[in-house]
Ligand binder design. Structure first.
Ligand SMILES: Cc1cc2nc3c(=O)[nH]c(=O)nc-3n(C[C@H](O)[C@H](O)[C@H](O)COP(=O)(O)OP(=O)(O)OC[C@H]3O[C@@H](n4cnc5c(N)ncnc54)[C@H](O)[C@@H]3O)c2cc1C
Length: 404
């Protein structure tokens, strides 16, 4: 067991991108900060199991918190990766429409891009192959600022910068409860002036009485990938036009910085918050999901039922994923795909069945709880962590925390 630490000004729970960024900004501002992480290192859940895309922000609702942080975060994250030697490649995203309905979606995306100040241009169907030689569609939207990056290395770099600035990381230590200025952990309690809960998939449980109206429902994003001989089908990122009723981006083919091309992710209900295999389950988590009135309400809506039916098919069959991807890249065949990895999203669902779309932060006098650091949380992480550090600073000075 680590020696019992001296009381920090701020205790951060969780060493994903958001907690690590918060710790980094707190340490840089001269605060004593400790991070408690239940795993043996940073970025082992959402921040290490994702698409690895620095999103440009063309798809986010103008005026939302995440639109603001994404646009600023995208620029800062690309700069940070270059400065710190984290692999990053700016190849842009091409969102491809297959019919009239999807052209309407592209129009809405173009409107959002303009309102968010994000570069995006329309591409005629015939010009699509100039950007992605194997992609086909009737029209497309190109967002040149989007990039691939090594998300796990990014969080490691941020953790080492936080360490260098004086932050302390306590790994293999799980927080079990947060009280005003105190956290119970698996290795004894830690007192702090302020606690910041960045526990990702478990944040609602630690927030307890501050989150009676919402619950985290885990959605499993599973990927297939192209066999090495076929990765040439994709230059950068090819996305389907998303169904804007859901906070999921739809199928996409993405070239990672290591040269692999992933296809996915799906958005299937996960049977446990950290259950990454289709047949894995955590009974406590499953009961929490199925017993949540908001989940029941959501399940009764026809679009959600359709989504789940299609996701079950895709998570059981590479052929089904291949069919969706083939609509974008006709030369792709099911035999070009092999199963790859999965990551679970911490998606907040309200009691009345709404999939909460934006970042949610709730605070007391001595604690800040991050309840919905949804995608593109990695892209948002530098400005969002900086904000959380400043809000924790407000609490340290006895004032109310600033709004995100
Ligand atoms: C499939 C998928 C694809 C995505 N793709 C992208 C993308 O391309 N671009 C993008 O910008 N965003 C993407 N996202 C979103 C992004 O990954 C998340 O928004 C972001 O990683 C959230 O970071 P976090 O720090 O809140 O959570 P996490 O990374 O999950 O970190 C939370 C940490 O808290 C720890 N923890 C939990 N409970 C406790 C406890 N009780 N005590 C101590 N420690 C605890 C966990 O072990 C974990 O390390 C994707 C997400 C998924 C799932």
């Amino acid at each position: 067991m680590e020696g019992e630490p001296v009381e920090p000004d701020v205790l951060v729970i969780g060493a994903g991108a958001i907690g690590t960024s918060t710790a980094y900004h707190l340490a840089k501002a001269g605060h004593r900060v400790q991070v408690v992480e239940k795993e043996s290192g940073p970025a082992l859940h959402q921040s290490g199991r994702n698409s690895g895309v620095i999103h440009a922000g063309y798809n986010l609702k103008p005026g939302s918190i995440k639109a603001r942080y994404c646009v600023e975060g995208s620029r800062r994250l690309r700069e940070y990766c270059k400065r710190r030697g984290v692999a990053v490649e700016q190849g842009g995203i091409l969102v491809v429409a297959q019919d009239e309905t999807e052209i309407a979606t592209l129009k809405e995306l173009a409107r959002r891009a303009a309102a968010n100040g994000v570069a995006a241009r329309n591409v005629d169907g015939g010009d699509i192959p100039n950007l992605e030689p194997e992609a086909r569609g009737v029209q497309a939207l190109h967002a040149p600022e989007a990039a691939s990056f090594d998300a796990r290395s990014y969080v490691h770099a941020l953790a080492s910068d936080a360490l260098a600035a004086g932050a302390e990381f306590l790994y293999d230590r799980k927080a079990t409860a947060i009280d005003e200025g105190r956290a119970a952990t698996s290795k004894g309690p830690i007192s702090a002036k302020v606690v910041v809960n960045c526990a990702g998939l478990h944040a609602d449980r630690l927030a307890k009485r501050l989150a009676p109206d919402v619950r985290i429902i885990p959605f499993r994003g599973y990927y297939a990938e192209l066999v090495p001989a076929r990765t040439g089908l994709v230059r950068s990122h090819i996305y389907a036009a998303p169904d804007l009723r859901f906070p999921f981006l739809g199928v996409h083919l993405s070239r990672r910085v290591d040269g692999r091309v992933i296809v996915g992710p799906g958005a299937m209900l996960a049977f446990g918050r950290e259950a990454y295999g289709f047949f894995e389950a955590n009974p406590r988590d499953l009961v929490a999901t199925l017993g949540w009135p908001g989940f029941l309400r959501l399940s009764l809506t026809p679009p959600f039922r359709r989504l789940i039916r299609s996701e079950v098919r895709k998570s059981l069959s590479l052929r089904a994923i291949g069919k969706e991807a083939q609509a974008l890249v006709p030369g792709l065949q099911a035999k070009d795909l092999v199963p790859s990895y999965a990551g679970n999203r911490a998606q907040l669902v309200s009691r009345n069945g709404e999939l909460v779309d934006d970042i949610v932060v709730r605070s007391t006098r001595r604690a800040i709880h991050v309840l919905n650091a949804v995608s593109p949380g990695l892209t948002c992480s530098l400005p969002f962590g900086e904000h959380l550090a400043a809000a924790a600073g407000d609490l340290l000075e006895g004032g109310p925390p600033r709004a995100p």
